[in-house]
Design a binder for this molecule. Structure first.
Ligand code: AQP
Length: 316
């Protein structure tokens, strides 16, 4: 029986947070028994925000340990980094030639950067096209992501359709898989939890760090219930049970935050311990990453043979 395929990725642009975990990474683990999986470390994507080679190097290893610690099984999921499979950037170029500038100018990431008057590099502008290549090379059925990536998966579908229309059917159209309850996990300031907003609770935080982050949650209340605290707390406890507790402890923000700290600690502590175990043998973890890259390369290079055939550059 042919298994369905899932594919998704994480940028090695800093420490993953609980938003990354509940919004996307948890789904990788949940899917791995029924699907063939690809879990990418999208290092070339991270280049647009990270230009420190030492940090990049460390971050790649860190995301690898994170993947292993959350329970991804390398026998079921191909864990690899984008830069190990040059077919991604090759296909990106081919897609560039069928994608228009006005179309990409409608992408949220570009519009945000433009609104903030940021100097936009070509890589940032082109980010959705490289992501389309990342996805389409492997023919996934689903792409588990948070809400912020929905548009990028739609762009990948559009690009696949345009290629198929122009040169003939070879790309499968992927579906974004977004879990409604966790589509946008809020950060400590109530905005989307995001590395660049500095409002995160890191996924592998130590107790003191969890406590500090929780205590810093902005307590906007309605009827004595601190909404931002509740919105994070519901990730760790049954919502109905929580509602009762929050009503009983209405107005007691400190107590509620202490309870949230303990609940997060209970959840994170075993993951943190597992991660420490994997961190004891970095060469072993790196061997998994390298083997994953080789496996992915095999799949991607076969797809590129088809692509080159379709566009007519294969003359031998
Ligand atoms: N707050 C969130 N809620 C739900 N899902 C989220 N994701 C990110 N933040 C949330 C999902 O996590 C996956 C990996 O994301 P990424 O590594 O590409 O990083 P990102 O989306 O860029 O995350 P950040 O923290 O917001 O990073 P910066 O600040 O660098 O842009 C994706 O599936 C994403 O949807």
């Amino acid at each position: 029986m042919i298994k369905k395929i899932f594919l998704s990725g994480i940028q090695p642009s800093g420490r993953p947070h609980i938003g990354n975990y509940f919004g996307a990474m948890k789904q990788f683990v949940d899917l791995q028994n029924e699907y063939d999986g690809y879990a990418l470390i999208v290092d070339y994507h991270a280049l647009h925000s990270l230009r420190n080679p030492t940090e990049m190097n460390e971050n790649i290893k860190n995301v690898l340990l994170d993947y292993l610690a959350i329970g991804l099984d390398p026998n079921k999921v191909t864990i690899f980094k984008q830069s190990d499979v040059s077919e991604h950037t090759e296909l990106c170029w081919i897609f560039d030639t069928i994608t228009t500038m006005p179309y990409l100018m409608r992408a949220h990431a570009f519009k945000d950067a433009e609104q903030k008057n940021k100097e936009i590099d070509v890589g940032t502008f082109n980010y959705p096209v490289l992501m389309a290549a990342d996805i389409l090379l492997y023919g996934p059925d689903v792409v588990p992501v948070g809400q912020d990536q929905k548009q990028h998966v739609e762009i990948a579908r559009d690009i696949a359709e345009k290629f198929n229309r122009t040169y003939g059917e070879i790309f499968k159209l992927p579906e974004a898989m977004i879990m409604k309850q966790v589509a946008v996990v809020p950060g400590t300031d109530g905005r989307k939890m995001s590395k660049s907003y500095d409002n995160t609770i890191p996924l592998f935080a130590e107790y003191a760090e969890i406590k500090k982050a929780v205590m810093s949650i902005v307590t906007d209340s309605s009827g004595g219930i601190p909404q931002n605290v509740f919105a994070i707390h519901r990730l760790f406890r049954d919502e109905n049970e929580l509602k009762k507790i929050y009503e009983e402890k209405s107005g007691k923000y400190k107590e509620l935050k202490e309870m949230l700290t303990e609940d997060i600690e209970k959840f994170i502590a075993p993951l943190r311990e597992k991660r420490k175990e994997f961190a004891k043998d970095i060469p072993k973890a790196l061997a998994i990453l390298k083997a994953g890259g080789e496996r992915a390369k095999e799949v991607a290079s076969k797809k590129m043979v088809e692509v080159r055939e379709k566009i007519g550059v294969n003359v031998y």
